[in-house]
Structures are given as C-alpha cells and as structure tokens.
Write a protein that binds this ligand. Structure first.
Ligand SMILES: [Zn+2]
Length: 224
C-alpha cells in the first residue's frame, strides 16, 4: 500500500490550463493562481510559465525572439509544432552545466512561454513536462479570444491593486477599451469600456478576483 502511494506521489502531475483555455501542460508540482505567469520548484528543477499578450503575427514574434536569444552564447535552436501551433525552442548550457530550455509558442494574440532550469542530463521529469504541452485545435473565435485576453489583463490589474494598492499603469485591451477603476474603501471593481458585445460595464472584476461578463454571469477561469 505504502509503495503504491509512493509511486502515485512520484508520478503525480498537476494539469494546468492557460487562462485562455487553449493550452494545457502537466506540471510536476501544484501551480500558483497566477494566470499571467508563475514559477514552480520541483526536485531541484525550476519550471516557469508566462502568458504574454502579443498582437502581431507569430512570425514577427519569433523574429525578435531569435534576435534576442542570439545574444546568448552557444544557444541551440529548434522549431516546434504542437497541434495547430508553431513554436521555437532555445537551449543554453551555462559553464557550470546548468541547462535552460525555453519553449515559446505564439498563437491567438498570445505568447506561451515554458522554461525549465535543470542540471546534468535532461531528467525524465523535464522531458515528460515538455511532452505534456498541448494546444486545443478548437476553431478560434476571435471575439471570445479578445474577451479572454481582456480578462487576463483585468486579473493582472486587480492582483496588482490588491498587492501594491496604487492602480498600475494600464495596458490597452485588445478590443480597444480602457480600464476604469471604481473604488469604495477596500472594495473595488475594474471594468473594460471596449466593445466585447457585452452589457455596458462588462467584463468586470472585483476585489475577490472574480470576473463577470454580465450581471450574475461569472466568466469561468479555466485554470481554476
Ligand atoms: Zn476589454
């Protein structure tokens, strides 16, 4: 029984879905509630994920990313294709034998960046993690994608406001909206005034970090 439990614990994987619902991966440890990005330590390896808004074509993104990476010494590059989504892998090894593998994918106005630091040969845990990355082949609905992108920005603004109090400098919503803050003591709400085809004042987030796309209509966060 104990051996069984131990085996279960050793190969436990924590499924993660990106905030736009289109990308999935299995992390070796629990993932913090940060849709925009996070770090996870496991067995001495450092895993990270970042979801970045990118509104130009994937080719333009890879062009600038390649240029940036070419400043590093001995970087090895590999093209990737996961389902419908193209990506690039950059692999560097420090003089101390510390590896950094970064896999970047660009689609739907986002860049999905997975990276792992590890020492020595690539452990099976790391290989399994990279193999677990999947993208949904679901037809892309542009309006829905923009709403999800907007909700990720809203969540970022709300958590900044909760952690640091001043209203952070505002990103522009992909639907062209600006973000409006209403505050009353410890309670606040932020909404986007862009055109998402929703009732006025939506999407909206409050101090509980729940996002609504209409009165009484919570916007599901697929990473929860
Ligand atoms: Zn918006």
């Amino acid at each position: 029984m104990l051996a069984f439990l131990l085996a279960l614990l050793l190969c436990a994987a924590f499924p993660y879905t990106s905030a736009d619902g289109l990308c999935q991966a299995e992390f070796p440890a629990a993932v913090p509630d940060r849709p925009g990005g996070f770090l996870v330590f496991h067995n001495g390896n450092l895993y990270s994920f970042a979801l970045k808004a990118w509104n130009q074509s994937p080719e333009r993104y890879f062009e600038s990313s390649r240029l940036f990476r070419s400043l590093e010494k001995g970087v090895q590059e590999r093209r990737l294709q996961v389902g419908p989504v193209a990506g690039l892998e950059f692999h560097t090894v420090s003089p101390e034998g510390r590896h950094n593998v970064v896999q970047e994918f660009a689609a739907n106005g986002f860049v999905y960046e997975f990276s792992v630091y590890y020492s020595g040969e690539q452990p099976e845990e790391v290989a399994g993690f990279f193999r677990s990355i999947r993208f949904s082949s679901a037809a892309k609905d542009g309006a829905r994608t923009r709403l999800i992108q907007c909700s990720v920005l809203l969540d970022g603004l709300a958590s900044e406001l909760i952690d640091h109090h001043p209203f952070p400098s505002q990103p522009r919503c992909p639907a062209g909206g600006a973000y409006i803050l209403e505050q009353n003591g410890l309670e606040f709400s932020i909404h986007c005034d862009g055109d998402h085809g929703l009732p006025p004042g939506y999407p909206r987030i409050d101090q509980t970090r729940q996002i609504f796309e209409g009165p009484g209509r919570p916007l599901p966060r697929p990473d929860l």
